[in-house]
Ligand binder design. Structure first.
Ligand code: NDP
Ligand code: GDR
Length: 344
């Protein structure tokens, strides 16, 4: 009897790691998750999806080549999904070298190990709309030139091009998914969407008074993470590796996200003041949103809007959740968490 298809997912403890593992288990894969040893061994995201006991977790750090090689030789996966990264753009300004070592050199380690030990394996690289940075055209598609605006964006641009090069030079089945922002109740609390929905839930429960934010005018093309991990799997099933943009084609500002999140608990935000003096107030005048200039980035990506026509036509991929449904889902989940109704 032939064995089930095997997938190795790096970054298994992250948001996308959990959703991708779920997608792959649904498709009948044997799933191996690569976890760097980080002091915290909980797998709360996989537990929340009810899949913790179905994924075999191994230690693998992208910065250690021989470790990667050994794992590949041991597991011999048919498909390798590289989701591991120092993924917080803001932190990359303070940690440019770590960011580069993991997000750029780490991908090269992985590709070299695949080329050496497992050249028939299929590879997926988690590329990012941050590579478009100061955008050269709108909307952005697979041929839009890159102009990254952070060490994170630069590291991802390297990773994208080294993936393309290994495909072209060594014939690897390697794909790069240029994903626009995707969110969920499992999003890390440092990212602006989850920071907002968690704060709104806590404010609604009387556990927090206000939320401080940076740039309210930044616009992002926000979708639901579960849709994007399905797209990743679809890319890897194509006869040839290729590059695809995944995006909703709709963009909203951080300010609009705040308004939608408060609306989900029945509060309307009114704005007054300017710059760092700007405030967001609810109906009785109580200040709920303030501005913290230290949260602004040295160089910002002002607006992102993706064109996923290629993914729609070639993969049959499309997002399933609207912006409003996504915000409502996240707020509802955070309200449940505040009430202690979710496993931690
Ligand atoms: P997360 O930050 O939630 O997950 C990334 C994971 O990578 C973490 O679990 C982290 O481990 C792990 N990691 C960090 N450093 C290393 C290392 N040296 N070796 C091995 N693993 C490491 O990110 P997401 O799930 O949101 O994103 C997944 C990928 O997709 C990332 O590469 C991200 O850059 C990219 N991306 C994400 C988008 C999004 O909107 N979510 C959009 C476009 C691209 P630990 O838990 O121990 O910290
Ligand atoms: P991003 O996500 O940088 O797009 O990267 P993030 O949610 O961190 O920021 C989005 C926008 O919101 C503005 N912003 C704030 N951001 C944070 N984190 N905290 C704040 O208080 C705040 N106030 C305003 C930011 O300036 C920015 O413009 C995400 C990550 O998942 C990357 O790994 C991924 O590659 C890209 O999305 C696509």
């Amino acid at each position: 009897m032939s064995r089930a298809r095997r997938a190795l997912v790096t970054g298994i403890r992250g948001q996308d790691g959990a959703y991708l593992a779920q997608t792959l288990l649904d498709e009948g894969y044997e799933v191996f998750g690569a976890d760097r040893r980080n002091g915290d061994s909980t797998h709360w995201r996989m537990r929340r999806l009810g899949i913790e006991d179905h994924v075999r977790v191994l230690y693998m750090d992208l910065t250690e080549f021989s470790n990667i090689l050994r794992i590949l030789e041991e597991v011999r996966p048919d498909e390798i999904y590289n989701l591991a990264a120092q993924s917080f753009v803001a932190a990359s300004f303070d940690l440019p070298m770590v960011t580069t070592q993991v997000n750029a050199n780490g991908v090269l380690h992985l590709l070299e190990a695949i080329r050496t030990a497992l050249p028939e394996a299929r590879f997926y690289q988690a590329s990012s709309s941050e590579m478009f940075g100061r955008v050269r055209e709108t909307p952005q598609n697979e041929s839009t030139p890159f102009y990254p605006r952070s060490p994170y964006g630069v590291s991802k641009a390297y990773a994208h091009w080294i993936t393309v090069n290994f495909r072209e030079a060594h014939g690897l089945h390697a794909s790069s998914g240029i994903c626009f922002n995707h969110e969920s109740p499992l999003r890390g609390i440092e990212f602006v969407t989850r920071k907002i929905t968690r704060a709104v839930a806590r404010i609604d429960a009387g556990e927090q008074q206000q939320i401080a934010l940076g740039n309210l005018e930044a616009r992002r093309d926000w979708g639901f993470a579960g849709d994007y991990t399905r797209g990743m799997w679809q890319m890897v099933q194509q006869p040839e590796g290729d590059d695809y943009v995944l995006a909703t084609g709709v963009s909203h500002s951080v300010r609009e996200f705040v308004e939608a999140a408060f609306e989900a608990v029945g509060e309307r935000i009114e704005w007054d003041g300017e710059g760092v003096e700007e405030r967001g107030r609810v109906a009785d005048g109580t200040v709920r949103v303030t501005i913290d200039p230290t949260l602004r980035r040295p160089t910002e990506v002002d607006v992102l809007l993706g064109d996923a026509t290629k993914a729609r036509n070639q993969l049959g991929w499309k997002p399933t959740l609207s912006f409003e449904s996504l915000v409502a889902l996240m707020v509802e989940d955070d309200c449940k968490a505040v009430r202690g109704e979710l496993p931690s």
